[in-house]
Design a protein around this ligand. Structure first.
Ligand SMILES: C[S@@+](CC[C@H](N)C(=O)[O-])C[C@H]1O[C@@H](n2cnc3c(N)ncnc32)[C@H](O)[C@@H]1O
Length: 267
């Protein structure tokens, strides 16, 4: 039988499940290993709704980036916690609306780095680049990002399904604040993250965290809302991903999830 796992690099640890690869598995991708599929299936047994969280999150990414490049007129994007390339990566969505958009991707996973060539296509008028860096060092991220972005002009800072990887909420808040402080007025924050509102999700997450993978911390809804303090939050506010400017009506309604998302502008 053909081996459908991605080619192994000595840098990649395939003995423990990894967030980007499990996420890729839930989104229907092929960049994952047996250990990731096992952990992903175990999670699904306890909480089948995780697939909707992953899909609704990606749909929020598409809609919010379209809004930012379109109505909001942003031409620069700093996408932190990029994940493995998939359909409609940030630069593809932004450059479809505004071909002169510049995108800098940030992730710390060596597998994402290996696959980054798929993230580095660009329109001739725009540009994309990738930096391997850790969210826990926002000053380094700002320094490296200034190579691909003009930080004196507005930038959209994206944290799509990643801030729960920062263990302590205070640290996650400080990362958001430090990065936003380094960006020009008129910059935007766009993010989605999972809340602790659903007991079954809490249980699945606890079992996942016990596998030895990097844990993902579910936050209280008011903690996610507080990321936007001091920003002008775009309508409809900080809401479930499926309720943020939905473009199509899913028959029977969109699957409900306990994630929250929003877009806010730095005055
Ligand atoms: C759940 S995936 C989300 C991927 C994508 N943003 C999406 O919405 O589909 C989380 C990503 O964050 C990355 N990540 C986790 N902790 C990180 C850290 N401390 N620094 C940089 N990236 C991190 C992981 O490698 C993974 O690619």
């Amino acid at each position: 039988m053909a081996d459908e796992s991605p080619k192994r690099s000595p840098l990649i640890d395939t003995s423990v499940p990894h967030s980007a690869r499990i996420w890729n598995y839930w989104l229907g991708g092929k960049d994952n290993y047996p250990v990731d599929r096992e952990a992903g299936d175990q999670y699904l047994r306890v909480y089948p709704g995780i697939v909707n969280i992953a899909r609704n999150g990606r749909q929020f990414l598409r809609r919010s980036v379209r809004y930012l490049a379109g109505e909001a007129g942003v031409r620069q994007f700093l996408d932190c916690g990029t994940g493995l390339p998939t359909a409609d990566n940030t630069h593809e969505v932004a450059q479809r609306v505004a071909p002169d958009s510049h995108i800098v991707y940030v992730d710390h996973d060596p597998l994402v780095l290996e696959q980054a060539k798929d993230l580095l296509t660009s329109t001739p008028e725009g540009a994309t680049s990738y930096i391997q860096a850790d969210l826990n060092d926002p000053a380094e991220i700002l320094g490296l990002a200034s190579g691909g972005l003009d930080l004196d002009r507005p930038v959209a800072l994206l944290f799509m399904g990643v801030l729960g990887h920062v263990d302590r909420y205070e640290d996650a808040l400080s990362i958001v604040r430090t990065l936003m402080a380094g960006l020009a007025p008129g910059s935007y924050l766009a993010l989605y993250d999972s809340t602790d509102a659903d007991a079954a999700l809490n249980q699945a997450q606890q079992e996942y965290d016990d596998t030895g993978a990097v844990p993902y911390r579910l936050r209280k809804p008011e903690q996610i809302k507080a990321y936007f303090d001091g920003l002008d939050v775009a309508e409809p506010g900080v809401v479930a991903c499926e309720d943020w400017r939905p473009e199509t009506q899913t028959p029977g309604g969109s699957p409900r999830t306990s994630t929250l998302c929003g877009v806010g502008r730095k005055p």
